[in-house]
Design a protein around this ligand. Structure first.
Ligand code: ADP
Length: 398
């Protein structure tokens, strides 16, 4: 080879080397950018646990300088803050056997940082010559987890206590009502006997006074019955006795039962009676009481000389009965209170009309037991529609 050729070859080699060096530099800066972008502290160790390098997040988090870190043993870094028995065990015993370790939690008191829980992820690379160690400070997350677990425990305790108090209250209402029922019934019998002249003839004035006593005693008994009914359903002691039953006939029974009441108020009940029977799988006794309740409300909360319309409809799955009145109506904001216990809503008739605020609560519970529902559409002074939906007797052939 001539010396000119030799010179040319050397030149080429040098150019190639320059290219490779610049490619390696590019690659280095590429990897450096990646590691620096990782927000979790990250360190690379040799097999002998001396530090090759660490990322910016590591230096910032553990308050150490690059020059005091690279080439040093991990245990000697930052006032020996990594000299923890658990870390030693992890790096010297566990990692060599497993090569990869995921989410290994170490709680350690760092002289510069205080007590921290660090989640370590480690893996051996480069034929086990290097160890990549990533550290995630999970102290705050874990504390939050512990705090929320404690909070849940406290809330559960409080809920159980409240439940206990509520049960005790229900039991008290039930017991008190039972105890009140017997003497109130006795009063009714004796007032009745007096009114019927069992103890001699009475003057008109005396009879009028007994009439007031009788009506108030009736009301007292009604309240006691309402309380007992609600206590029973709350205690989960209402069991349905479902049979296929004609709801059209049931509506007629409810209307007939209250016809005198409606007549006295000059109210008319319009029942758009379908030509055929409509059979639904229901508890007839309880469902009739629900219908009576809703119908009674429609009359009570409407002015005299108004009309109440009842419609019934059925498809394969549902049976729907609607009670439409032209009464005082219910504000939208009040409608969610309707089915709560003891809730009486202020309206132009609520003072003169007597009630316990238990009827709709009980009715909804009974419909829930039927897997049905009750819906209301109303507006103040715009009348109300109460719609009962209960599953149809789909397995029963009519
Ligand atoms: P009660 O009638 O004994 O007060 P309910 O539970 O049956 O108890 O009804 C709760 C409240 O809902 C009533 O106090 C009344 O304010 C309101 N309400 C019920 N039905 C109607 C209706 N058809 N029109 C207007 N308000 C009604």
């Amino acid at each position: 080879m001539s010396s000119a050729n030799h010179e040319q070859n050397n030149q080429k080699k040098l150019i190639n080397q320059d290219h490779r060096i610049s490619a390696l530099k590019k690659q280095m800066s590429y990897y450096k950018e990646i590691t620096e972008t990782i927000r979790e502290p990250f360190i690379i160790l040799r097999k002998d646990l001396t530090v090759v390098t660490a990322n910016l997040a590591f230096y910032q988090k553990f308050k150490v300088k690059k020059r005091d870190t690279e080439g040093k043993q991990i245990y000697d870094l930052g006032d020996n803050q990594w000299d923890a028995p658990e870390l030693k065990e992890l790096l010297e015993n566990i990692l060599p056997d497993h090569r990869i370790l995921n989410n290994y939690a170490v709680t350690h008191n760092f002289p510069l940082l205080g007590t921290k829980t660090i989640l370590l992820n480690a893996r051996q690379v480069d034929s086990k010559q290097l160890i990549l160690l990533a550290m995630e400070d999970v102290t705050a997350q874990w504390k939050l987890k512990i705090d929320s677990a404690k909070l849940t425990e406290n809330l559960t305790k409080q809920r159980d206590q409240l439940q206990g108090l509520n049960d005790a209250k229900d039991e008290f209402i039930s017991l008190a009502s039972h105890q009140l029922r017997t003497p109130a019934t006795v009063v009714k019998q004796y007032v009745g006997m007096l009114s019927h002249g069992f103890a001699g003839a009475l003057t008109k004035e005396q009879l009028d006074m007994l009439g007031v006593a009788y009506r108030n005693n009736e009301r007292q008994l009604e309240i006691i019955e309402d309380l007992l009914r609600v206590a029973k359903v709350d205690a989960g002691k209402v069991y349905l006795d479902k049979v296929p039953f004609d709801v059209v006939a049931m509506i007629e029974t409810a209307v007939d039962g209250q016809s005198i009441l409606f007549q006295n108020r000059g109210q008319v009940v319009i029942f758009n009676k379908p030509a055929t029977k409509m059979i639904a799988m229901i508890d007839p006794k309880l469902m009739l009481m629900v219908l009576e309740n809703i119908l009674d409300n429609a009359g009570k909360y409407s002015d005299n000389d108004t009309s109440i319309t009842i419609t019934v409809d059925q498809n394969e799955t549902d049976t729907m009965i609607s009670f439409i009145d032209n009464g005082v109506g219910i504000r939208e904001s009040d409608q969610k209170k309707l089915f709560k216990k003891f809730s009486r809503i202020d309206n132009p008739l609520s003072v003169s009309v007597k009630g316990t605020g238990l009827g709709l609560y009980w009715a909804k519970k009974v419909l829930d037991l039927h897997e049905g529902s009750i819906q209301v559409t109303s507006g103040l002074r715009a009348g109300s529609t109460f719609k009962i939906i209960t599953p149809t007797a789909s397995t029963f052939s009519q």
